[in-house]
Design a protein around this ligand. Structure first.
Ligand code: PLP
Length: 344
C-alpha cells in the first residue's frame, strides 16, 4: 500500500513553495479560541479531566448537535475515536476513494477490509447490493472527492446496513464545510457512530480535538479505549473547543465563503481537467490522464506539492489538490502547465 505519511514527510523535507498536499487549512485559528486556551492554562487548568470530556464542552456539543450529553465523548483528535471503532469490528467496509487512515488502521489491527469502489464517471456514487461487513465507514462530505451523497442514496445504503445489522461509522469531519445540503447519517439510522472534530472548520489540527456522537454502549467502548490510551484531551484544549462552538456560526460563514471562492477559482483555472465539482470540503480530486504519482513528482520539481490518487485507493491517474494556500492561483497555473507538458 502506498504510504501517504511517508510521502508527506518527503514533501516536508523538500519544503516546496506552494503546498497543496495535506488537509492542513491555511486559515488562521480565531484569536478568541487561542485566548481561551491560554487563559485556561494561566488559571492553572493543567490537570486531567474525566475521560468522556469536560462537562461544559459536552454540554455545548449537545446543544449544537441536538443530542444528549451522555451520547457524546471527546477525543484527542477524531482519528483515535475512529481507530477505537475499527479495533472493535471484524470486517470493515470502506467506500473508495478513501482517507488512508481507515484502511491502515484496519490492517494494523489485523482486520479484514472490503473496499467498495466508486468512479468519477458515476459521480462517485456507490452501487451496493449487499455489504457483508460488520462496520461500514462512510465519509461525506468526502475526502478526497468533496462529494456529498444525496439523501436518497444515503438512505438506500443505510437501509442495506439496517437489513444486515451493520454498524455505520459516519466520519462527518467536513460536515460544516458544505456548499450543498448535507444529511447526517444518524438522522436516517440509529446504529451510527458519528465522528466530528475541530481540525477542519476551525483549522485546529494541532489542538487534537474531536468528538463522537453515539449510542451509550458505543460511547462506553470508546471511553474504555481512551482510559487505556490517552486518558483525556488536555483541559485547556477542551476550553478552546467550547469557545470555538460559541463562535461557530460566524466562523462557518467566513470559512465556507473562502473555500467556495477557491473551488470557483480552481474550477476556472483547471478547465479541461476532469473532476467532480465538490459539494463540500477543500479538496479537488482531479484526473490527470497520466500516472498521478509521476504527475505529483513533476509538480514537486516545480515546488508545488499535491498527493497522488493512490494515496486514496486504486486511483492511479488522479491527484488530490488541497485548496489551502494563499499561493493557490499560482499553484493551479503550474498544475495546468504540467498537464499540458505531459499530454504533449
Ligand atoms: N477524517 C478525515 C476524513 C480526515 O480527512 C481527517 C484529517 O485529515 C480526519 C478524520 C482526522 O482529523 P483529526 O485531526 O480530528 O484527527
Amino acid at each position: 500500500m502506498f504510504n501517504v505519511y511517508e510521502f508527506f514527510n518527503k514533501i516536508s523535507s523538500l519544503n516546496p513553495r506552494i503546498r497543496l498536499d495535506a488537509g492542513q487549512p491555511d486559515i488562521k485559528v480565531d484569536e478568541r479560541i487561542i485566548e481561551d486556551a491560554v487563559s485556561s492554562l494561566k488559571r492553572g487548568e493543567t490537570g486531567y479531566t474525566k475521560t468522556p470530556g469536560l462537562d461544559e464542552l459536552r454540554e455545548k456539543i449537545a446543544e449544537v448537535e441536538g443530542v444528549e450529553k451522555e451520547n457524546i465523548i471527546i477525543g484527542n483528535g477524531s482519528k483515535i475515536l475512529i481507530a477505537s471503532q475499527i479495533l472493535r469490528a471484524k470486517r470493515i467496509g470502506i467506500l473508495s476513494p478513501h482517507w488512508q487512515a481507515y484502511e491502515s488502521a484496519a490492517k494494523v489491527f489485523g482486520k479484514e477490509v472490503k473496499i467498495f469502489k466508486t468512479s468519477l464517471e458515476e459521480g462517485w456514487e456507490p452501487r451496493i447490493e449487499s455489504l457483508n461487513v460488520d462496520l461500514l465507514i462512510l465519509n461525506y462530505p468526502n475526502n478526497p472527492t468533496g462529494k456529498i451523497l444525496p439523501r436518497e442514496k444515503l438512505k438506500e445504503i443505510l437501509e442495506i446496513a439496517e437489513d444486515e445489522n451493520v454498524k455505520v461509522l459516519s466520519d462527518e469531519i467536513y460536515s460544516d464545510i458544505t456548499f450543498k445540503p448535507f444529511t447526517p447519517a444518524r438522522e436516517l439510522y440509529d446504529n451510527v457512530v458519528t465522528i466530528k472534530g475541530f481540525s477542519k472548520l476551525f483549522s485546529m489540527t494541532g489542538f487534537r480535538l474531536g468528538y463522537a456522537i453515539a449510542q451509550r454502549e458505543d460511547i462506553k467502548a470508546m471511553q474504555k479505549f481512551l482510559e487505556i490510551t490517552t486518558t483525556c484531551a488536555p483541559i485547556f484544549i477542551q476550553r478552546a473547543g467550547v469557545k470555538a462552538l460559541e463562535i461557530k456560526e460566524e466562523v462557518k460563514k467566513r470559512v465556507v465563503r473562502i473555500y467556495e471562492g477557491r473551488v470557483r477559482l480552481a474550477s476556472r483555472i483547471l478547465k479541461g481537467f476532469e473532476f467532480y465539482k465538490p459539494d463540500g470540503t477543500f479538496y479537488l480530486f482531479v484526473k490527470t490522464g497520466v500516472d498521478g504519482l509521476s504527475f505529483a513528482e513533476k509538480l514537486l520539481e516545480k515546488s508545488v506539492s499535491v498527493f497522488p490518487g493512490i494515496a486514496f485507493g486504486d486511483y492511479r491517474d488522479f491527484i488530490r489538490i488541497s485548496l489551502v494556500s494563499l499561493r493557490l492561483e499560482e499553484g493551479l497555473e503550474i498544475i495546468k502547465e504540467v498537464k499540458l507538458c505531459t499530454s504533449e
